[in-house]
Design a protein around this ligand. Structure first.
Ligand SMILES: Nc1nc2c(ncn2[C@@H]2O[C@H](COP(=O)(O)OP(=O)(O)O)[C@@H](O)[C@H]2O)c(=O)[nH]1
Ligand SMILES: [Mg+2]
Ligand SMILES: [Zn+2]
Length: 314
């Protein structure tokens, strides 16, 4: 029987099947095949299980993954891949109008990682109730920029219960995640999307304007009815952003969607669009055809990669 991993705690895995949720262990042999990963199954994995007479189950196979989200493992298992969620269909970066203010550098890093991993990306702009004239001017420009690039945008206010229905509709099928810095309202959005479930939301500290992070274990939460073909949202601890892990300087420009069509027009085929003469990208930036804000993000990320410090430049 096939199923979907909803939650993994230690050696117990909750698997959604046509017959409901079945608590499973993993067949010992299966574990050994996974030498390069820290965790044999993660939320979002599609698996094959066998059921026991007592109603529990055993995972005997993991189906091929697509759209996985991972980071490098730390500590004892350093260097191995630590997969956080598998079969991710869409990642939404959450930003707030104010407190904290929308951060285009964060959005660009997120979009680049999503492009690199082949995961569809969207932007949720929360705390629309905090919009004022100054914020409007700053944000209006970026709203146009990102929608122009083809990224879906959602505008929400948990406070006023606005835009939540639109976001919920966009999540009716597939596996989604909300990614974003502390305090932008991810937990509040999760609560609003799933009114039956009360997650804890961290209070925002006036001094630092940073909310508390309260998620403690990973799980897939159904958006509507609990069905295999329904929509899910992955709630995972520590998923604030995707690092720039593994992207090489020479390929970075491919993940800026609006650069792609012009990359063959630079004088040098290995142009990094930085200092080289005859760079078409720089020309288009000077002519205001490509947004200088995106180019600056590109250069910031390029520097981070060149320095080998893939988390700076934020
Ligand atoms: N004004 C306003 N505050 C919000 C909104 N959504 C969340 N907040 C507040 O922002 C703070 C951080 O929210 P939280 O959901 O914990 O953010 P998280 O760190 O991204 O999970 C809390 O005090 C929320 O009540 C909103 O739409 N408008
Ligand atoms: Mg939270
Ligand atoms: Zn160039």
């Amino acid at each position: 029987m096939e199923g979907l991993i909803l939650r993994s705690t230690g050696s117990r895995h909750e698997v959604l099947t046509e017959d409901g949720v079945i608590s499973c262990t993993i067949r010992g042999k299966f574990r050994l095949q996974e030498e390069d990963a820290t965790n044999p199954v993660v939320i979002g994995d599609r698996v094959v299980i066998q059921t026991n007479l007592d109603g529990s189950g055993v995972i005997i196979e993991r189906l091929e993954r697509h759209g996985k989200l991972s980071r490098r493992a730390a500590g004892r298992k350093v260097g191995r891949e630590h997969v956080i969620i598998a079969n991710l269909d869409m990642a939404w970066v959450v930003q707030s109008v104010r407190k904290p203010r929308m951060n285009p550098g964060f959005i660009d890093r997120f979009l680049v990682m999503a492009e690199y991993r082949g995961i569809a990306a969207g932007i949720v702009l929360n705390k629309m109730d905090l919009m004022d004239e100054r914020a409007e001017e700053y944000i209006g420009f970026f709203v146009e920029l990102y929608s122009g690039l083809g990224y879906p945008m959602m505008f929400t206010s948990v406070e006023r219960e606005e835009g939540i229905e639109d976001l919920r509709s966009a999540m009716q099928t597939g596996i989604h995640v909300l990614v974003g810095p502390s305090g932008v309202g991810k937990s509040s959005l999760l609560n609003a999307l799933r009114p039956n479930l009360a997650l804890r939301t961290g209070g925002i500290s006036e001094a630092t304007q940073k909310g508390k992070h309260t998620t403690t274990y990973a799980e897939l939460l159904p958006i509507g009815d609990l069905r295999l073909d329904g929509g899910f949202i992955g709630d995972t601890p520590g998923l604030r952003e995707f690092g720039l892990v593994d992207i090489e300087a020479g390929e970075l420009s491919h993940y800026f969607v609006e650069f792609r069509d012009h990359l063959d027009d630079c004088r040098f085929p290995n142009c990094t669009h930085d200092h080289e003469p005859g760079c078409r990208i720089k020309e288009l930036v000077q002519d205001d055809i490509l947004a200088v804000e995106r180019y600056e993000s590109y250069i910031n990320m390029l520097r981070s990669i060149q320095l080998g410090d893939q988390d700076v430049g934020r």
